[in-house]
Design a protein. Structure first.
Length: 148
């Protein structure tokens, strides 16, 4: 079972509504429930697979004013670099993102590889995105620790 270490203060329903309104997004219920219990933090275990590769979660993003870990800061920084209808929820140690589908029927989780992102003038597509899980709960439940 995954534990979240070093999560920040509890997030209220009102703070989450304000977040959605401020960013103009509708977050999936499973992710909202996660934020209510764990605002940011490090998961243990923290490894996941995608395609023929894998990575680990460096940190979940948080509802805060932090320049380094804030959901708002990341969303604003990457909004024109990631495809529309995707939202950053975490980062890996290599500055790649874990994204969740928003504003739609789905809530799939993807790995976004910044090394292969589109040029500034191009519209971001799915070429550098890799499916991790069909929803946020599945993603959390499938995290594991690499045996060394």
């Amino acid at each position: 079972m995954t534990q979240i270490i070093d999560s920040k203060s509890v997030v209220s329903e009102q703070e989450l509504t304000n977040l959605e309104n401020q960013l103009g997004v509708k977050l999936p219920v499973s992710y909202i429930e996660f934020l209510k219990k764990n605002n940011g933090g490090y998961p243990q275990p923290d490894d996941f697979d995608f395609s023929d590769d894998g990575s680990s979660i460096d940190r979940f993003l948080e509802v805060s004013d932090s320049k380094n870990e804030s959901i708002i800061e990341y969303f604003n920084t990457y909004r024109n670099r990631i495809p529309k209808n995707y939202f950053p929820v975490a980062k890996d140690p290599g500055a790649n993102l874990i994204l969740i589908e928003i504003n739609g029927a789905g809530s799939k989780i993807y790995y976004w590889n910044h090394e292969n992102e589109v040029e500034d003038s191009d519209i971001p597509g799915m070429d550098n995105m890799y499916l991790i899980a069909s929803n946020f709960d599945e993603f959390i439940n499938n995290l594991y620790e690499i045996e060394i």
